[in-house]
Design a protein around this ligand. Structure first.
Ligand code: DX5
Ligand code: ZN
Length: 224
């Protein structure tokens, strides 16, 4: 049976209680770690030092999402800090294959992300090399935004591209994900669901993670 991963985004955590908040989502599959530099996106979050602390606070793989203008220059520091999955933005990188090679040399999974306004076609030269493709379903920068419905069309196009290339990267979606759209997203090929507010604002976070995962699993074996 194929896996549906739930990746709570700690952008929505309480930074004063990061250790306890990591503990509260230990039934998840990945921890999603959003790096924002105030240039690629209007917001600023955290960097490699807090990543080291996060690694000490969880046994789960940490899925690092770099929303920075200079991934070519800074990706290595996130590998050194322990990123298990390292995703950079197509729009920000200059030498995409060089970054991917660097991530692979460290034995980690390499991801490439596209913004809602970037066509799937941009990934044609990269889909053979990436382990993860992260399709943004909001314009990145903040938690709690509304899911952009046009994402489904892009996911369909991505599935066609992956079939043509005969590759099977993990398809991840980030922004406005909840138990309400998890089934439809998995149907559209998604296998990693990032959820910030849907997990951290829930009364019972473990229950929220299970609900998203189980809703997602309903979409396995069905095609959009
Ligand atoms: C958005 C970030 C997301 C964000 C998701 O820029 O990349 O990971 O935390 O938050 P929700 O799930 O609340 O949309
Ligand atoms: Zn993210």
């Amino acid at each position: 049976m194929e896996q549906v991963r739930v990746a709570p985004s700690i952008l929505s955590a309480d930074f004063l209680r990061l250790g306890a908040d990591l503990e509260s989502v230990r039934t998840a599959d990945w921890i999603h770690y959003d790096v924002m530099d105030g240039h690629f996106v209007p917001n600023v979050s955290f960097g490699p030092d807090i990543l080291k602390a996060t690694k000490r606070g969880t046994d789960l793989p940490v899925d690092v999402h770099l929303m920075v203008t200079n991934p070519d220059e800074c990706f290595q520091s996130y590998l050194d800090a322990g990123a298990d999955v390292l995703t950079f933005h197509f729009e920000a990188a200059t030498h995409h294959h060089r970054i991917i090679d660097g991530i692979h040399k460290a034995g980690r999974l390499a991801g490439v992300s596209i913004n809602p306004g970037t066509p799937v076609q941009a990934l044609d030269a990269l889909v053979d090399y990436a382990d993860v493709i992260l399709v943004m379903s909001v314009n990145p920068g903040f938690g709690g935004q509304k899911f952009i419905e046009g994402t489904y069309r892009k996911l369909q196009q991505l599935q066609v591209m992956c079939q043509e290339h005969d590759v099977h990267p993990i398809i991840e979606v980030d922004g406005g994900v909840s138990a309400t759209n998890a089934e439809a997203l998995v149907r559209a090929g998604v296998r990693a669901l990032v959820a910030g507010s849907a997990v951290f604002k829930a009364e019972d976070r473990a229950a929220a993670i299970t609900q998203i995962r189980e809703a997602g699993k309903l979409g396995l074996g069905k095609r959009a």
